[in-house]
Design a protein around this ligand. Structure first.
Ligand code: ADP
Ligand code: MG
Length: 375
């Protein structure tokens, strides 16, 4: 049972969330690598105001460009810190929201580290499922949940099912009668515990390596997409809901030097550019409340359609390198991310002006402090 004060705090918290919109951008910077240290690379990123979601990037050695996001992680922040902030968003899939989380950035900046992580240092994908199981257990008296997982890859505008045993099947996106986009024939693995999830994720990773002679290169040029379908039944009312969570490790956003790009590499580069800019276009069309949202311009946005826009929630990790050698890619990623984040400041959202938001925040903080001093 909640007391009156908690209800009031909850309400304020929701108002703040509402005013902030459904899109969050978190910026994560990896540490300088050993190779970079040996080569004498310096960090150009300043984290003095990271606590306030701000970071500065030194370009041309002297001018500092400032950026603001919903969170900024320094190279010292670990997987637990990052997941703690992402958790409320992923968990909302159990309340019937569609959610999309994606990692964007140049190759080598930690997209895979953030999403997949390593066995000793697991990332968002694994932690998300772990949390979904934990909460569904907590709620077992009121809800039954059924969770299933699909793992796919989009490479050169072609979808590959990484859990399929037969790989030659041509996969197309269809709109289902219940409104969800789906891919007929795709494997949906039912998972009941975290061990099964781990097995499925491993299976997906090893399938990704099949047929490519350089796994790292291949994965930097394809989008790796984990789709989690949650079917919930309310045991008291009998209501059933279905919601979808996408966890996406995007292809590297780096521009290739013009001289490098020929033949197959040119086609790859064009497809990557096309899908990443389509993603930017969709989000900015949503921001501007355009009557036409160009979901169909790439396989990536078409697949994500149910989880971008409407009342669905989106979280973008913009991953950056601290190194002076990467500064131009870093600036370009941060600019893209700023455009994405601009959604909540779009013309419609602006109706809730920043003063109002600030007032709500202050009230919420005061309510929190009051309750703390009572404890
Ligand atoms: P991407 O997927 O963007 O190409 P990776 O996730 O493969 O990049 O990361 C590149 C390298 O940097 C990997 O060796 C990874 O372990 C390391 N790395 C990335 N982010 C971090 C971090 N926050 N802390 C420690 N190491 C990191
Ligand atoms: Mg990667």
């Amino acid at each position: 049972k909640y007391n009156e004060e908690q209800v009031k705090r909850r309400k304020l918290f929701n108002q703040v969330q509402e005013a902030k919109g459904n899109i969050r951008v978190f910026c994560r910077c990896r540490p300088l690598s050993k190779t970079e240290l040996v080569a004498g690379c310096a960090s150009v990123v300043d984290f003095d105001a990271a606590k306030d979601g701000e970071l500065g990037v030194l370009s041309n050695g002297s001018t500092k460009k400032a950026f603001k996001f919903d969170r900024v992680y320094t190279p010292k922040d670990d997987q637990v810190d990052v997941f703690a902030d992402a958790a409320p968003m992923v968990i909302s899939v159990l309340d019937g929201y569609n959610v999309c989380i994606f990692a964007y950035g140049q190759t080598g900046t930690g997209k895979t580290f953030t999403m997949e992580g390593t066995e000793a240092n697991r990332g968002v994908n694994y932690r998300t499922l772990e949390e979904l199981f934990r909460i569904s257990k907590e709620r077992k008296d009121t809800y039954t949940y059924n969770i299933s997982v699909s793992v796919l890859e989009v490479y050169n505008e072609q979808i590959r099912d990484l859990l399929a045993t037969e790989t030659s099947k041509k996969l197309e996106i269809k709109q289902a009668s219940e409104g969800f986009h789906h891919i007929p024939g795709i494997v949906e693995a039912n998972v009941e515990n975290i061990q099964q999830v781990w097995n499925v994720l491993q299976e997906g990773s090893s399938a990704r390596a099949v047929g490519s002679n350089n796994v790292n290169e291949h994965s930097s040029r394809s989008h790796c997409m984990l789709s989690i379908m949650v079917r919930a039944k309310n045991l008291i009312t009998g209501d059933c809901t279905k919601s979808k969570l996408w966890l996406v490790d995007l292809a590297g956003s780096e521009r290739l030097a013009k001289t490098d790009v020929q033949g197959d590499r040119l086609k790859e580069a064009q497809n990557i550019n096309r899908s990443l800019s389509a993603l930017g276009d969709v989000i900015s069309a949503l921001a501007n409340k355009s009557s036409h949202i160009p979901y169909r311009n790439s396989k990536l946005t078409h697949l994500l359609q149910d989880s971008l826009g409407g009342d669905s929630k989106t979280l973008m990790f913009v991953q950056i390198s601290p190194s002076d050698q990467d500064v131009s890619e870093t600036l370009s990623s941060l600019t893209f991310a700023t455009r994405v984040r601009g959604v909540e400041l779009g013309p419609v959202r602006k109706q809730i002006d920043t003063n109002e938001l600030q007032k709500l925040r202050t009230m919420l903080e005061k309510a929190r402090q009051e309750s703390r001093s009572k404890d």
